[in-house]
Design a protein around this ligand. Structure first.
Ligand code: SAH
Length: 464
């Protein structure tokens, strides 16, 4: 082991604030540029592949360092001017300076690299990524923090990357166009009635966040005001303003009095309209409440689900298990073409939503069960010898539990459709399934989150 002194010696070529010139040769999966000086790698936020930049050393670790972009000396051919004026300060988007085409290539490469490096796959059946027609204003959900500016006026905006300072901005370029008029009315109501924004440091003040959801297929709007208290004073004045906005269907308050980063509390009170809005993905209707989980990019969600459905290869005779089913969105898509679909999800409230969604769509061939996929499926297999022609999994970033994957291997479905939001854990799990008797047939990346480093992937596995 090296002593601290020896380590320091290794990197004494650089110290904080040194100026360096870098050619960006690679990018991390989070979208930071990587450039090297004498073989020593620096990570630089907002620098993109093929840029030549001037940067300032910020931090030196043993084998790599972090630097700050000072000036682009020679821009990459893929560099564009971000549409959002605060893209470099806001924590939300990482890739706005990269052309959308180059973003898509970056995401394809990320999936392929992980399958190669972690999954040890060689001939990968990659299909070209399915990108968005319009990579702007695609999000149907926004949660704007409320704070105040230097003059003490209420503002809505975004947290500066990695901090909790609010940068005012009511028109996020990836958010719905409906957000801005809603926020303007909420801020005007607060100003006129002297309603105080919440102050994280002291825990005083009232309005913490404004949650806005828009049904893209229906135009229905939901607004939920998160407050550090019980009531919104003179709330009728807020309703007067908000209900003039076309499409407004649901206005509620959510009580959150905890000193926490968690945005929503558990208590919701509807103060106007319905407790939910309705939206459609394809021809299936969903009722969404402020607390429900719902995919944030409904247009690409449809693309993702159509892909999953086609990979499932259903004829109407199949029994399908949809694991990590959320509010049953994929289950209902599959149920149109299967004999029977079973959905499993850990959050009981989501299962309630799933049952309700099945009912409003008149679908009787689906059953939902609350529990952990890695407990429910093994138990049902052991006790009831349940059967599946096709198993669909859509786990969170950490991927599937090994107990679940082993049960899938024992159940021997003809096909497994794996939907993933993290290609590293996807690669690990695909390797496990392929070592257990499955063949990787198709890999379809789908871009659901333009301008961020995230990529969704649907894979089709066939029993050998
Ligand atoms: N398929 C759904 C949701 C996917 S997100 C859709 O497309 O909308 C992943 C889901 O897995 C979340 O709803 C999360 O609550 C659930 N989840 C997380 N861990 C789980 C586990 N161990 N077992 C079952 N569900 C789980």
């Amino acid at each position: 082991m090296k002593t601290g002194a020896a380590m320091k010696q290794e990197n004494k070529q650089w110290k904080k604030n040194d100026s360096i010139t870098l050619k960006i040769e690679d990018m991390t999966h989070e979208g930071e540029g990587i450039g090297k000086v004498n073989g020593f790698a620096f990570f630089v936020k907002d620098a993109i592949m093929d840029d030549v930049i001037e940067a300032k050393v910020m931090k030196i670790k043993k084998n790599y360092g972090y630097a700050k972009l000072i000036k682009v000396i020679a821009p990459s051919p893929d560099r564009v001017i971000p549409k959002c004026p605060i893209a470099d300060k806001c924590g939300g988007c990482q890739l706005q300076a990269l052309s959308y085409d180059a973003q898509l290539r970056f995401k394809e490469k990320k999936v392929e690299n992980n399958l190669r490096r972690i999954g040890k796959f060689e001939d990968i059946p990659m299909l070209p990524i399915l990108g968005m027609d319009n990579p702007y204003h695609y999000r149907n959900k926004a949660q704007y923090p409320i704070g105040k500016d230097k003059e003490g006026n209420p503002v809505a905006g975004f947290y500066a990357g990695r901090t909790h300072a609010i940068i005012p901005n009511t028109n996020c370029v990836i958010g719905a166009g409906e957000n801005e008029p809603v926020l303007k009315e909420v801020l005007a109501y607060m100003r006129d009635n002297h309603i105080k924004p919440y102050d994280e440091a002291t825990g005083s003040g009232l309005v913490r966040h404004v949650l806005i959801r828009v049904g893209f297929a229906t135009g229905e709007i939901m607004v939920c005001i998160v407050i550090n208290g019980r009531q919104l004073p003179k709330s009728e004045r807020l309703l007067d303003r908000l209900t003039k906005i076309p499409g407004m269907k649901s206005i509620s308050i959510n009580r959150n009095k905890e000193k926490t980063n968690v945005i929503l509390g558990n208590e919701i009170e509807v103060i106007w309209g319905n407790p939910y809005i309705t939206d459609y993905i394809g021809d299936i209707a969903f009722q969404i409440s402020p607390l429900s989980f719902y995919q944030v990019n409904p247009l690409q969600t449809r693309v993702l689900y159509e892909t999953a459905l086609s990979f499932a290869g259903l004829t109407g005779e199949e029994t399908v298990w949809d694991l990590y089913c959320g509010i049953g969105t994929i289950s209902l898509f599959l149920a149109k073409e299967a004999k029977k679909v079973y959905g499993v999800e850990i959050i009981p409230q989501a299962i309630e939503d799933a049952k309700n969604n099945a009912e409003i769509n008149g679908m009787e061939n689906v059953e939902f069960c609350a529990g952990k996929a890695e407990e429910v499926l093994p138990a049902k297999y052991k006790e009831e010898k349940v059967y599946a022609d096709v198993i669909v999994v859509d786990p969170p970033r950490k991927g599937c539990d090994e107990e679940l994957l082993s049960t899938i291997l024992k159940m021997r479905p003809k096909r497994v459709v794996y939907i993933s939001c993290d290609s590293a854990t996807l690669a690990r799990d695909l390797r496990f399934l392929c070592d257990g008797g499955y063949e990787l047939k198709k890999v379809q990346p789908v871009d659901m989150f333009g301008h961020t480093g995230h990529v969704e992937t649907v894979c089709c596995l066939q029993r050998v």
